[in-house]
Design a protein around this ligand. Structure first.
Ligand SMILES: Cc1cc2nc3c(=O)[nH]c(=O)nc-3n(C[C@H](O)[C@H](O)[C@H](O)COP(=O)(O)OP(=O)(O)OC[C@H]3O[C@@H](n4cnc5c(N)ncnc54)[C@H](O)[C@@H]3O)c2cc1C
Length: 322
């Protein structure tokens, strides 16, 4: 194994286990295919190692827990970037920092790039080593083109979603090396919070998402909202549904919207374009309702129902308790 190229998974513990496993999943896969080692940098609010699935870090060359009170705040991205910079040591060759995929991870990637003078590779689909350097693959023009970026700096920062790391049965439990930072870290940026008028949960992080597309009108979205409320699900929509004002932009699913890694995604009146499907996790079970039996969504759906929502949704609501 060469040390000329390396992966460092940077994981804020305040973001939860799902973010941790997604980052480790990407680090494990990239380092295996690139034939390099990977290190894990955990950022936590306390020097006491938390109870985690430590087995999922088996394979990491080093696991370091960097502790500081400010790192316990999930919103304090400047502190996370500063702490990471203080911890990384000079090293020959090219390193890529992998941060958790998703909107927060992409923001943290920006802070890290600015703070460390690193090259921002952004939301990537793949990351590989070609012998001369790291190459990142990104989707462009709504997934119609693939862009290849060559890392031209000693340090790059990327967000990559390749599935979750699995805890290896019987693997040795990893002992993290704890480093408590004594000096002050920057405060969190001031965020003004206001009460959302949305009564349903946001799509990000939801276990069940009920989503509508261009094939659904205002009455249909009222039924979808009722269904979501009865199932305690989040309401989502495709880009055309957002454009038509049927669902807020914060609920758009797809390449230019949110990524959902729900257990179940109910897609009603959605054709299944690559731009929409790019927003749905590979492990999510898709239930599709579409009046066109040839709709592309049926090629990826786990369960498909050829029906018009006008008939199906009222019948479904009738069967569900209020
Ligand atoms: C740069 C770029 C970024 C993009 N980003 C996104 C994105 O983030 N998210 C996104 O969704 N799109 C995105 N798009 C748009 C994408 O290309 C598609 O236009 C869009 O996904 C199609 O949405 P849809 O499936 O709702 O509509 P359509 O493709 O029009 O499909 C509507 C479906 O409804 C079905 N239908 C109609 N009536 C009924 C009925 N009564 N009952 C049941 N089914 C019915 C039809 O059979 C059809 O399959 C992006 C495009 C570009 C260029």
């Amino acid at each position: 194994m060469s040390d000329a190229h390396r992966i460092v998974a940077v994981i804020p513990l305040a973001w939860g286990e799902e973010a941790m496993l997604a980052t480790l999943g990407a680090a494990l896969q990239v380092s295996a295919s690139a034939g390099c080692g990977f290190d894990v940098l955990l950022l936590g609010g306390s020097a006491q190692p938390p109870s985690l699935q430590w087995e999922s870090m088996a394979g990491a060359k080093t696991v370091q827990l960097v502790a500081h009170e400010a790192l316990g705040d999930a919103q304090n991205l400047p502190a996370m970037a500063t702490a990471t910079g203080q911890t990384l040591r000079e090293q020959a060759g090219q390193r890529v920092l992998l941060v958790p995929p998703g909107a927060d991870g992409e923001e943290l990637a920006g802070h890290l790039a600015a703070q460390l003078g690193a090259q921002l590779l952004g939301r990537c689909n793949q990351l590989r080593w070609d012998g001369a350097g790291w190459l990142a693959e990104r989707a462009g023009w709504g997934g119609r083109k693939t862009l290849e970026l060559r890392l031209a700096a000693p340090l790059g920062v990327a967000c990559l979603r390749l599935g979750k790391a699995q805890a290896v049965a019987g693997a040795v439990t990893v002992e993290p090396q704890v480093m408590a930072l004594q000096h002050s870290l920057p405060p969190a940026m001031a965020i003004e919070q206001s009460q959302s008028e949305q009564r349903l949960a946001p799509v990000q992080g939801a276990r069940l998402v009920v989503s509508g597309g261009r094939g659904v009108n205002e009455q249909g979205f009222a039924l979808l909202e009722e269904l979501a409320s009865r199932l305690d699900a989040a309401l989502g929509g495709s880009l055309p549904a957002v454009d038509a004002g049927l669902v807020p932009v914060a609920r758009q699913v797809g390449i230019s919207g949110n990524f959902v890694s729900a257990d179940i995604y109910l897609a009603v009146g959605i054709s299944g374009t690559p731009q929409h499907l790019a927003g749905i996790g590979s492990e999510t079970c898709i239930l599709a309702v579409n009046k066109d039996p040839a709709a592309d969504i049926f090629k990826v759906a786990n369960v498909g129902v050829v029906a018009e929502w006008e008939e199906l949704l009222p019948a479904l609501l009738e069967q569900l308790p209020a």
